[in-house]
Design a protein around this ligand. Sequence first.
Ligand code: IMP
Length: 176
Amino acid sequence: MLHPDVKEILVSEEQIVARCKELGKEISDYYADSNPIVVGLLKGSVPFMAELVKNITCDMEMDFMDVSSYDGTNSTEVKIIKDLDCLVSGRKILIVEDIIDTGKTLKEVKELLLSRSATEIKIVTLLDKPEGRLLPMEPDWKAFTIPNAFVIGFGLDYNQKYRNLPYVGIIKESAI
Ligand code: IMP
């Protein structure tokens, strides 16, 4: 049943499940024998990451990081709220994100992990909102491209609510 604060469903649960099967195959083929660390950015990536990893058939490890990006004096800075448990030096990393909007968060996280000597960093995102981009940032894999609207569900929140909705929808004006 549609949540009363949702105006319209943009991506259904069935579409996400089907797309994760396709992405899981591509990602498994790409990594084959390289045992990547799949890093979920908390909290929004959790439902997508759970669906995606079920379809990854090569060896992989899982870890999580929670960051908040903010505009500092000269550039965007990233504050680490929860750091990774594992060492990334010499490892291939696949970052899992819920949505890429401005591109600022991923730019900072990528630079941080490269400074720790990760050998390669790739990005997979559930949603790409290219009209929001302020920095050049292209995901290596994306499930869906969406228009410039504020969306909720399947991990995405508004004031920490709605992450549990099993679909991605546009929030009603009246709920903001
Ligand atoms: P950016 O790419 O650094 O601007 O930030 C991406 C982050 O902004 C995501 O991980 C989300 O937490 C948040 N975000 C951007 N657009 C939306 C949206 O439409 N709904 C919910 N969160 C969003």
